[in-house]
Design a protein around this ligand. Sequence first.
Ligand SMILES: *Cc1c(COP(=O)(O)O)cnc(C)c1O
Length: 388
Amino acid sequence: MSSQLSQKLTQLLKDAPKPLHMHEPTFDKAEQKYALECIETGWVSSAGSYVERFSNDLQEFTGAYAIPTVNGTAALHLAFKMAGVEHGQEVFCPSITFVATANAISYCGAIPHFLDNSDGNFLYNIRSLRDYLKVNFEIKDGSLINKNTNRIVKVLCVTHIFGFPAQMDELLELCSEFKLILVEDAAESLGSYYKGKHTGNFGLISATSFNGNKILTTGGGGAVLTPDPELAEKAKHLSTTARVADPYSHSHDEIGYNYRMPNINAALGCAQLEKLPEFLVKKRKMAEVYLKQLGGINEGYLLTDDPDTKSNNWLHSMVLESEKSRNALIDELKAANIHCRGVWKPMHTLPMYKDNPRMDCTKSEALASKTINLPSSPDLIDYISEAA
Ligand SMILES: *Cc1c(COP(=O)(O)O)cnc(C)c1O
């Protein structure tokens, strides 16, 4: 017996080309033209005009300085470095996030300290977080110290899950109270705004991603975002092997990274960014259709914006009653050639992070186990009949 929800979804998505994947890229002639130009001129790699242009276009769109990188994970690694994360420190991050958030912390030799993010749209509960910090941490010589491990915690990272902006005002207040630097994992939130300001402008330094399944793709790619021009310069320097300009020789002034986005990827990015406003409109329409069609169903609820947020609707998501009903829905949709997925396993349940310091994350575990991501490609709306 299939559920009312799976019947509704199968009916709603009946005209979409199958197999239907969760999020597919949308390309047209512009991507072909720009990429071909890179191939024809030979400017495919780390030098070339598209990288500079993509950086500028991103800045214009987001309002933050943007340094294009090879992927979002590399951008996160740079962001944590630039925020001052050091070997042996702990860094706060969500228990429910993509593994790259925790991995990038680990690349700095630091230890991810997981926080429950099971409130609303996968948000931290500020009150529980404040209580947790008050009980388990103390401020000594201007630094926050974990009383149980004696380690310094300098940075709090928040992920704007599925494109829904976190509650930035409250988080910034909490960070200032506990001497923490805010870093945003804005990998999923290009085109998402909190109180009218684009995500990536709130933290000291942040990262976004242009992986193949993100709202905008460069094949592989990412960017460091920051409102601070000096940090932006420094991030660019670190991402380009810390090379110093010298007409006569190769020289580098510190241990840098080869993280600069290649020109051919940036060419795709420039073409995609031209279409981003249209993607955002289409995805918003699809969010409205899902809400109209599924909003009244009592088998689960859709994640939606609150008055302070304007999400990019990257992945339309639903929280079901249980893990069992979530998994059953995935199976039923698969039978109709509609491929959906559950959310990531919480970080503290992964083998490499199971012993990490964390607050009680039982609520995160429960939420993650019953959440499903629905088909969310920008073009999906084109296949929804008016009758829907
Ligand atoms: C996609 C993503 C990243 C980075 O991804 P890359 O594949 O390295 O570009 C980081 N964090 C989150 C939450 C993501 O969704």
